[in-house]
Design a protein around this ligand. Structure first.
Ligand code: ATP
Ligand code: MG
Length: 367
């Protein structure tokens, strides 16, 4: 399994300078509000993606009154240790893997594959389909090699078709892009549908483990992004051409796909309590991590920011037990120090974080 062995931070948000040596299973960072917990999770995410999940302005990550941040990680994968380094100043960013500058973001993600659960992950249920498509496509991208190519070609054809519609080019010219759009849509659709099918048993398993009180099982329904009742995608594009022209963009297609999560025919948001919704989102991400482990034969590292607050003591304990039983490395944060005695001391490491300074509270027995 992929493991983050060590993380060195310098001048990353409010985190000054520290080296953390992680345990192979559960790593808990406990601290009050504004201690720097999300910043730590953000630092690991930055090493995995080159980006932040909180800001589109990466300069904000550099500690106030300093000019450069640096992150360095040692990651073990398939019995090999890799070094990932990132440094950023106002003007420049350098990201290196094993001393070599990286060419693509995918290369970075493959060295440090992470799955992120934050309080914002709740948008998977609450918001529109965009977040669910991103969730779905993360899985498809990792599960199926042809997916990324099909997706890129689809996006290109869509952009060109939309440009043609907006510029009111002749119909024949706009329709030149239809063939590529239809072909790639078909490939994307099949991969997404299969992914949802493969994911479902994992989701059921995690829902049952986290919410044994539920008497009904989750159902995942994949929606293609065009009304199936209107015929094939080719027919949908044809019959909506004038509307598309009026609106200046392609209304239907893979870019409108969605997944619906239901219990007993009812939307998860209607059926589940707020705490259960949090657990369901957790189950969604754990299911994805488990399926990834099976297909890639490599485990992702779970980053969990703010271990779902709003859970009662019983559900928190159930979740912690489940996390500790999984053969996955977890880095999780919480404001709740009462979690510490619940941890299995042989499999956990704990730090207290105060004002950007770490102190180690519990060494795992595996060191
Ligand atoms: N570039 C920066 N330089 C220094 N401090 C920063 C920078 N960016 C943010 N901070 C500060 O870092 C502190 C820690 O923020 P962070 O969001 O990591 O806290 P947290 O422990 O996750 O808190 P909470 O429990 O409320 O989520 C905040 O006080 C924030 O103002
Ligand atoms: Mg936080």
């Amino acid at each position: 399994m992929a493991k983050l062995l060590e993380l060195q931070l310098q001048h990353f948000r409010n985190l000054k300078s520290y080296k953390l040596t992680f345990g192979p299973r559960l790593n808990l960072i406990a601290g009050d509000n504004a201690a720097g917990k999300t910043s730590l999770i953000e630092a690991v995410w930055a090493l995995s993606s080159g980006r932040s999940f909180r800001t589109a302005k990466p300069q904000q990550l550099i500690q106030h009154d300093t000019s450069e941040l640096t992150l360095f990680a040692k990651v073990e994968q398939q019995h090999q240790v890799h070094a990932i380094g990132l440094s950023r100043s106002e003007e420049k960013v350098f990201i290196k893997v094993d001393g070599e500058a990286i060419q693509t973001q995918a290369e970075l993600a493959s060295k440090l594959p992470v799955q992120l659960l934050t309080p914002e992950s709740h948008r998977l249920l609450e918001e529109g389909p965009k977040a669910r498509r991103q969730y779905l496509d993360w899985g498809c991208f990792h599960q199926s090699q042809p997916f990324i190519n099909a997706w890129r070609h689809y996006q290109r054809a869509l952009k060109q078709r939309n440009h043609g519609l907006k510029s009111r080019l002749p119909k024949e010219q706009i329709e030149l892009w239809n063939a590529q759009l239809i072909e790639t849509a078909h490939a994307i659709d099949q991969i997404r549908e299969k992914y949802v099918e493969d994911l479902s048993p994992y989701l059921t398993e995690f829902c049952q483990a986290l919410m044994p009180e539920l008497t009904v099982l989750p159902e995942c329904h994949f929606r293609t992004g065009w009304p199936k009742s209107s015929g094939t995608f080719t027919q949908v594009l044809e019959s909506n051409f004038h509307k598309d022209l009026q609106q200046g963009h392609t209304q239907y297609g893979c870019h409108r796909a969605d997944i619906k999560f239901r219990f007993d025919g009812q939307d998860a948001l209607m059926k589940l309590s707020r705490g259960q919704q949090k657990l369901f989102v957790c189950a969604l991400l754990l299911a994805q991590a488990s399926l990834y482990e099976k297909t890639a034969n490599e485990a992702v590292i779970m980053l969990i920011d703010d271990l779902p607050a709003e859970l009662d003591a019983h559900h928190r304990e159930t979740l912690l037990k489940l996390l500790q039983a999984l053969d996955i490395q977890h880095i999780l944060t919480s404001t709740d120090k009462a979690l510490i005695p619940l941890l299995d001391a042989d499999n956990a490491k704990v730090w207290q974080l105060e004002n950007g300074q770490f102190s180690e509270l519990l060494q795992d027995g595996c060191q």
